[in-house]
Design a protein around this ligand. Structure first.
Ligand SMILES: [Zn+2]
Length: 272
């Protein structure tokens, strides 16, 4: 089955991973800007990273027939440095017209600090000013529930940002309904062992349905599995779910969310 991975950090993956994903049916992916595994020393480090996201990775992906899109921001971990964050915010508009940039992300919270919240809101204001969709990272483990509620509160203060143009990622059993009930899209990030496994994700789909719900692999510099979306497809088939429902989760939903930005012009491979 062909699919889209809506959240994968290819800068930290090998070329072999591109080949494997292509063989498994990945036709498009989106890469949110995130922590690179180390703190960058200056705004120039971000400029180089944005060039990597807008020029280098799309070319690498194209070698394997995969469309590569991205999102720009300074992530919550490095947002603790407010001055650096503001320098990066000033840099972002230069890149917003690049053909593969879909919006602002992944912004969010890491340890739910005051500085993170300030920088989160300044990103939301930037997105509103430039009419960009937003992709949001919610904190992991014990900080997730409180951090998700803080994020939903801050978004509620920015009514000019339509809820259907926001995807809140890394949802789990205890946060998914809050996100969907507020009108946002939700993303589940699949990890091989810890956090949300493919089987937990299928439980969640069975619990809340498939509307505005996507799945992704995160595939980053830490322990993660870039082929986690095909693992979810396998688990849904094992449980007897219909192909149409599986396709909605792994292709139709991310495509519908991304298509709100006209630059996402991916054809349905079945209609080509
Ligand atoms: Zn991420």
């Amino acid at each position: 089955m062909y699919y889209i991975d809506p959240h994968i950090h290819m800068v930290s993956r090998t070329t072999d991973d591109y080949a494997t994903l292509s063989r498994m049916g990945c036709v498009a992916m989106s890469e949110p800007a995130f922590w690179a595994g180390y703190d960058r020393g200056s705004v120039d480090g971000f400029r180089d990273y944005f060039v990597q996201l807008t020029e280098v990775e799309p070319a690498r992906a194209a070698e394997y027939g995969i469309r590569h899109f991205c999102w720009l921001c300074i992530n919550a971990k490095e947002a603790e440095n407010v001055q650096l964050s503001r320098d990066v915010l000033k840099l972002i508009p230069e890149f917003l017209d690049c053909p593969n940039v879909l919006g602002i992300g992944e912004i969010g919270l890491n340890k739910n600090t005051r500085n993170e919240a300030i920088v989160f809101q300044e990103h939301v204001e930037l997105a509103i000013e430039h009419h960009q969709p937003v992709l949001i990272h919610t904190p992991h483990l014990e900080d997730k529930h409180q951090g998700t509620l803080m994020i939903l509160d801050m978004l509620a203060d920015h009514a000019q940002l339509p809820s259907e143009r926001v995807l809140v990622d890394h949802v789990e059993e205890h946060t998914v309904k809050r996100v969907l009930d507020a009108g946002y899209w939700a993303g589940m990030t699949l990890y091989p062992v810890t956090k949300c496994t493919p089987s937990r994700a299928v439980d969640i789909i069975e619990m809340v349905g498939a509307e505005r719900l996507c799945v992704n692999s995160a595939g980053d510099w830490g322990p993660s599995k870039p082929t986690a979306v095909p693992d979810l497809i396998m688990e849904m088939r094992r449980r007897g779910h219909k192909e149409k429902l599986i396709r909605k989760i792994v292709f139709d939903n991310p495509r519908a969310f991304f298509q709100q930005n006209k630059k996402f012009d991916l054809m349905d491979p079945a209609e080509r």
